[in-house]
Design a protein around this ligand. Structure first.
Ligand code: A3P
Length: 321
């Protein structure tokens, strides 16, 4: 029997409206909560999640700052963990966008109930953009058995990817190119959805150092360079390593192929479909997937402004972007 949770608007509206507000971004309002900037329309669900999500020992949670490779990680983790269930030739990823295969726990509590999350059978594969320190204890406590895979991406490429994402979504359309400079200034102040990016990255990085068998820290650039090695790492981490037979039969390479940007981008579902939950065009999640695309958009001074703040914030952490 489910305990009804008061609907989020009633319970959280007063709390949310008292939080610091940022309306400098053209397409969304942000609220500062527990040190991070959240899209204010996500907060009711995230706060409900924080209070009511009960992680199971078998949960696998994919975490990321937006535009860091979430879609790719979802596809890869889904393909790896379900590989005995689905033949690669007739795979759900051929007809569903990765975001419809792996649901975002931040959005599952939008109706104020835990029921959607509770109804999912184990083992659950879920995703989140919520910073580590904001996740519920059932995920982060020392006793928690659930596992997290984080994907990190170089900050300038994240900023550029986010900029294009805003351009590609009809109702987020931002026309004037000079606004990119404005957008980047805000990014360097930590003002973006789930920002500051450096704190987001650092929290997961530190936890991956502290509990390496519970938090796996992947880098987008390393995955691009060595996809096979990184997919093997992922499979070992979640306790389903590829067998010698699978390696001989090139199953890892086939998964990498299935989840590649070229393959996914050109599927009918991703050319024409929209996300089940939000109506965002599937195509907006697939652009170039290039390391260093920032070079095509940022002048040296703009690039330096991002590098400087990230270097300063990450100094001493053992992590470089
Ligand atoms: P670019 O805008 O630089 O091309 P997210 O999935 O977190 O929203 O991030 C989106 C970024 O990941 C976009 O980067 C997108 O092109 C890239 N991406 C999407 N699917 C990918 C895949 N299968 N392989 C590599 N990169 C991918």
């Amino acid at each position: 029997e489910e305990n009804p949770i008061p609907s989020p608007p009633q319970k959280y509206n007063d709390l949310i409206s008292a939080l610091p507000l940022c309306t400098s971004l053209p397409h969304l309002s942000l609220r500062q909560y527990q040190g991070f900037w959240f899209p204010d329309n996500w907060l009711p669900s995230i706060m409900t999640m924080q209070n009511h999500f009960k992680a199971r020992p078998t949960d696998l949670i994919l975490a990321s700052y937006p535009k860091s490779g979430t879609t790719w990680l979802k596809a890869l983790a889904f393909a790896v963990t379900t590989r005995t269930r689905y033949p690669l030739a007739d795979h759900p990823l051929l007809s569903l966008n990765p975001h419809d295969c792996v649901l975002c726990v931040d959005e599952l509590f939008a109706d104020g109930h835990a029921s959607k999350a509770e109804a999912l059978p184990s083992p659950r594969l879920l995703a989140t953009h919520t910073p580590y320190s904001v996740l519920p204890d059932s995920v982060t406590s020392a006793e928690s058995e659930c596992q997290i895979i984080y994907v990190c991406r170089e900050a300038k490429d994240v900023a550029i990817s986010g900029w294009h994402f805003g351009q590609n979504i009809p109702w987020l359309h931002v026309e004037e190119q000079h606004l990119l400079a404005e957008n980047l200034k805000l990014f360097c102040q930590g003002l973006g959805p789930f920002g500051p990016i450096w704190d987001h990255i650092l929290e997961y990085w530190r936890e991956s150092q502290r509990r390496p068998n519970k938090v796996l820290f992947l880098k987008y650039e390393e995955m691009m360079e060595k996809p096979v090695e990184n997919v093997k790492r992922l499979a070992e981490f979640v306790g389903c390593p590829f067998s010698e037979g699978e390696e001989r039969e090139k199953v890892v390479e086939e998964i990498v192929q299935l989840c590649s940007l070229e393959k996914l981008k050109n599927l009918e579902v991703n050319k024409t479909g929209t996300l089940a939950s939000t109506n965002i065009p599937n195509a907006s999640f697939f652009r170039k997937g290039e390391v260093g695309d920032w070079r095509n958009h940022l002048d040296p001074e703009m690039a330096r402004s991002v590098d400087e703040v990230c270097e300063q914030k990450l100094r001493g952490s053992g992590l470089t972007l």
